[in-house]
Write a protein that binds this ligand. Structure first.
Ligand code: G
Ligand code: G
Ligand code: NA
Ligand code: MN
Length: 250
């Protein structure tokens, strides 16, 4: 595939870029975290989205190198933000289960100077499916280091509720599909239930995909949801723009 060859060159040619999307604290209205989202400025194809990059990079075994670049870049970028703001980095299962994942992360802190408590690692349920004991150990060690683990896209895929209490994770991001239609015809019951359950298990709850003020009001009503993310607040934006948003927020 042409894309594969291009992808190998892209890392060397610095064609990748990170965009950032805010997660907003619903009580204070301030940006609490910014999620790093990969973009590829392809010389011919233009902007390539992560759905077209990550699976190919995984097949090629390039995801570890690419993931290392993403993590370091995101940590360095976060150092330019106000102290209270964290950065969230998506880890694919292969990256999460690489042999030296902890050294990888410690090294990113070393080269960037970022304190561990300002990093959130977003994993999906697919990272929890294999080797339960080992996965548990990695999560515990990351937690001990001060890193927060965030379970992304919760409610899609296998969505075992038991994951929420079997694994040490601090945050859950409820998938945006739960939000579809709640300001028109769908009852809030399911979203509220999942949010309440997650909060009762001691996790900080994020709702993704907030696009309207009606949705924001509905999910803010009972105080269970700590943070929101979605186009209503901001689309993913380049690093220069996220700094402007942060300066306006702080
Ligand atoms: O930004 P966008 O909506 O196109 O992202 C689509 C998907 O790609 C999301 O599920 C997101 O988690 C994933 N993704 C974006 N950036 C990264 C990244 O840096 N690493 C990994 N592993 N996945 C990413
Ligand atoms: O899987 P993950 O949650 O990391 O995916 C993040 C993706 O979701 C980003 O690519 C981003 O573009 C997209 N996204 C973020 N906010 C919204 C939103 O409010 N509506 C929709 N439709 N997509 C969103
Ligand atoms: Na994510
Ligand atoms: Mn998500």
């Amino acid at each position: 595939r042409i894309l594969e060859l291009d992808l190998r060159k892209a890392l060397a040619n610095e064609e990748f870029e990170l965009f950032y999307q805010p997660l907003v604290n619903l009580k204070s209205g301030k940006i609490a975290t910014c999620e790093a989202l990969l973009r590829w400025n392809h010389p011919v194809r233009g902007t390539v989205a992560p759905v077209d990059i990550i699976p190919v990079a995984e097949d090629m075994g390039l995801i570890v190198d690419l993931g290392r670049w993403i993590l370091r870049r995101a940590c360095m970028e976060c150092m330019k933000w106000p102290d209270g703001v964290s950065v969230a980095v998506n880890f694919s299962p292969q990256q999460f289960h690489q042999r030296d994942v902890l050294s990888e992360i410690r090294y990113a802190f070393e080269v960037s100077g970022l304190p561990a408590h300002r990093l959130e690692i977003e994993i999906t349920e697919s990272s929890l499916l294999r080797n339960t004991q080992l996965t548990h150990d990695i999560l515990s060690q990351l937690h001990a280091l001060g890193v927060r683990i965030s379970l992304d896209d919760f409610g899609t895929g296998y969505s075992s509720l038991s994951y929420l209490h079997n694994f040490p994770m601090q945050k859950v991001k409820i998938d945006r599909s739960f939000l579809e239609g709640i300001d028109t015809d769908r009852p809030l019951t399911l979203l509220r239930g999942v949010a309440r359950l997650s909060a009762d298990l001691g996790m900080s709850v994020v709702v993704e995909g907030i696009e309207t003020n009606e949705q924001l009001e509905l999910i803010s009503a009972d105080g269970t949801v700590a943070e929101g993310q979605g186009y209503l607040f901001s689309r993913p934006v380049p690093s220069v723009r996220i700094r402007q948003l942060l300066n306006a927020s702080y």
